[in-house]
Write a protein that binds this ligand. Structure first.
Ligand code: FPP
Length: 250
């Protein structure tokens, strides 16, 4: 058990690729959707824990653009699960001032799902607690293309001079414009790739790959991951010596 009180540094923005629901269910001889049901319970538990620990931003990869290639029946269960959980089980964390935001190409979703998401965004818009971002029908490269097009349009209209375009300009045109960059990115299930998730935003994120399948990911696993983050030295290109001097200068 990790003593969370001993952690000196918590990440400001944690992003999680919740992977392994299907394999978890298959291992138990159950249909894949059983894993997604358990996956939602775990997602809620981890959001609650992030809230209790005081992590201000949490982004969950709930449904990727590539997930549309799955059998229609599985997609339909995931969408229904998402809607139902947001209307019911998520209520407890919403009552704790969690602000919910959604990123992705939401026009891909049915009107019914869009309405639920709009409603929850609207109802939590003034909440001051943890900012929970759900990435749904999301793909990082598509997001970057969208931002690029929108910057070019503005440049053609004269709103920007080409030489004024910088990293902030791109950042301001991403879905995540109101969020800080990702500090810590966790992926469960042993896969070690980013799968087109927050590529720009994770440019300096610490990466953590856990073998645990998402439905088995516990609060304790989350604590272990955060402990590992705490032990990493984020140098941003500087030397270890420079970082130590920076810390003592504060
Ligand atoms: C990854 O496991 C999980 C998904 C693709 C979807 C998970 C989304 C939910 C359960 C809904 C979450 C809803 C909210 C509101 C947070 P996988 O199926 O890719 O697992 P596998 O790699 O073992 O096949």
């Amino acid at each position: 058990m990790i003593d969370m009180m001993q952690l000196t540094e918590l990440p400001r923005h944690v992003a999680i690729i919740m992977d392994g629901n299907g394999r978890w269910a298959e291992k138990m001889g159950k249909p894949r959707i059983y894993g997604h049901h358990k996956g939602v319970d775990v997602a809620i538990e981890i959001v609650q824990e992030a809230l209790d620990l005081g992590i201000p931003y949490l982004t969950l990869f709930a449904f990727s653009k590539d997930n549309w290639k799955r059998p229609k029946s599985e997609i339909s269960v995931i969408m229904t699960l998402m809607m139902n959980s947001l209307k019911s089980e998520f209520q407890r964390i919403i009552d704790s001032q969690v602000k919910i935001n959604v990123i992705g190409n939401l026009s891909d979703l049915s009107h019914e799902v869009q309405e639920v998401l709009e409603d929850i965004k609207h109802r939590t818009a003034n909440h001051k607690g943890l900012q929970l971002t759900l990435a749904i029908s999301y793909e990082s490269r598509e997001e970057i293309v969208m931002a690029t097009k929108s910057i070019i349009k503005k440049a053609l209209l004269g709103d920007y001079k080409i030489e004024e375009i910088n990293q902030d300009t791109i950042n301001q045109h991403l879905y995540t414009s109101s969020l800080p960059y990702v500090d810590f990115l966790i992926r469960t299930s042993g896969e070690q790739r980013l799968s087109n998730f927050l590529l720009w935003q994770s440019g300096y994120a610490e990466l953590f790959f856990d073998d645990t399948l998402w439905p088995d990911f516990s609060k304790d696993d989350f604590h272990k991951a955060l402990n590992e983050y705490n032990n990493r030295e984020r140098r941003y290109g500087k030397t270890g010596q420079q970082i130590k001097q920076q810390i003592f200068a504060v």
